[in-house]
Ligand binder design. Sequence first.
Ligand SMILES: [Fe+2]
Length: 381
Amino acid sequence: MTAQSSPKAAIADRLAEARRRTYELIEPLDDEQLNRVYSPILSPLAWDLGHIANFEELWLVQTVGAREPLHGDLGRLYDAIENPRKTRGELPILRDAELRSYLADVRERALDVLAEVELSADAEDPLLRGGFVYEMLIAHEHQHNETMLQLLQLVDGYEPPPRPATEPPPPGPEALAVEGGEHEIGAPGLERGFSYDNERPRHTVELAPFEIDRTPVSNGAYIAFIEDSGAEPPLYWQRDGGDWIDTAMGRRDRIDPDLPVIHVSWHEADAYARWAGKRLPSEREWEAATIAAGPNDDNPLGLPGAGRAWEWTSSDFLAYPGFAAFPYEEYSQVFFGDTYKVLRGGSWATHRDDLRPSFRNWDLPQRRQIFAGLRCARDAR
Ligand SMILES: [Fe+2]
């Protein structure tokens, strides 16, 4: 096996790719913009950057490599649970040159540890088995890139990286019929690839027959809803004469009626579905539908248009039967309950490697800064 094709080299490449993306996002910004608090519900970018490096240090250097941290107990400032977003701008976090060297120093140490560890499928440490902890760190950085892009919508004149190409879905019937009966949902065991604890175990659910729209709700359809019902427009939209325009990043772009709507809350998504004579799908229905639609290499989510806008579901974020927290309770267990609603799929800002039918995202039902829209469903007629 050549060095290029070894699993460790592949992990190092993917860690580097995630980091390149992080740097690309902040490249146009100065230190003042990285430190600025733009919104109480979004961290300053400097916090996200320090948190990305600190999470890497915690898992890939301290936990796996048994090394001491570089900055003592600095990590407590980057604990997402201890430090709610509205307080993060005031914390004595690393900034400017110190922050940049921390990112680089942690990465160097993480690569030193990677050279030493045993990653085989039967490695003794479950964190290392099959490279789990590295996959977790790569996915974590991807997910923070998406959160950073949420904040970047507020930066006037920001030029975002190009979005993945959008092919309009091929013509077809309005809805896909999914048979009732038993459906398997959830991720298989970790020996079959990376997933988060909340996606496991795979289990059988009983569903009544239902229909789900082939495509997500478009901006054009959403305009009809707000104009008919008087509902609030999505975040960043403004009326300009007879047009609707998008003001994110200080721009004034005409809304493209064909793109999936984003920046709507769960409450608004639910109201839209009812206005359309339909309803939100449950997360089980959504996943059963993606599997019925046939995930493939071009579209790992099966459903046309999936992966452009997160799709709100009717479901609360709950543990699957037989759930076991791994590797730590704060990833998902502390969020289970009726406070958060599940979103499925992914958005234009989600790394393509993270699109999978079993992935569960969650957020508060009033949130609109996330790149979320919806797809409607209804009971079979
Ligand atoms: Fe995080």
